[in-house]
Design a protein around this ligand. Sequence first.
Ligand SMILES: Cc1cc2nc3c(=O)[nH]c(=O)nc-3n(C[C@H](O)[C@H](O)[C@H](O)COP(=O)(O)O)c2cc1C
Length: 219
Amino acid sequence: MQFMHAIFPLGGMLGAIHISIMSKSVLDTLLSRASTDQLVEPAPSGIELERILSAGLRAPDHGRLRPWRYTVIAGEYRTAFADQVCDAVIRQAPDTPDFKLKKRREKFRTIPAIIALGFHVQPEGKIPVSEQEAAVAAGAMNVLNALHFEGFSGVWVTGAFQKDQQLLESLGLTTPHRLEGFLLVGTPSNPELSKPRPDIKPYMAIWNGKNASFAADED
Ligand SMILES: Cc1cc2nc3c(=O)[nH]c(=O)nc-3n(C[C@H](O)[C@H](O)[C@H](O)COP(=O)(O)O)c2cc1C
């Protein structure tokens, strides 16, 4: 969204009018975002990756606590990391069937890049942890949108293994950090993929002084 500040004379005084212009094509691009794990090379790297992750830091952040921590796994390190993830899965859920482990290892070994979504938690301050976590989630969404704008894509995945202490240590995310999952990142193998989205109307209400309700909640 772009903002323009226009100065107009108002009854002899100068008044500032804040005009918001949302380019239609930018909104169309935003509305076409979809998650996918069908990803091929390349993943963003270098300055481009830094710019995309910078979008994460534009998320709303109550108290300016800056809770975002991003650990990037790419290139030759993916194989060792995939092994660490599988070791964590086994420690957390020893009954995990072999085929699931194999699938997980293959995904983490071959996806072009992985971004661990770290969360630096500050439980003692006056900002509720839920709001801090919301800032991390909003940051992740900004990163997904930035990826999409730059022609990349990704998907947010989670699992019980994200609480594994050895894995957290490896990612630089021991206490007071948490791991909120991973963004699997790359170039979509089918860039035209656009999932049908529900119509907005059942999910919004224009408040008119009476109790609001949503068609989405009707039986
Ligand atoms: C916090 C969080 C955790 C998620 N964990 C998983 C997951 O472990 N596996 C999965 O297939 N999808 C997971 N998803 C959902 C996908 O990231 C994605 O949103 C979903 O496939 C729907 O695609 P869409 O984003 O295009 O609507 C998670 C989403 C969120 C917000």
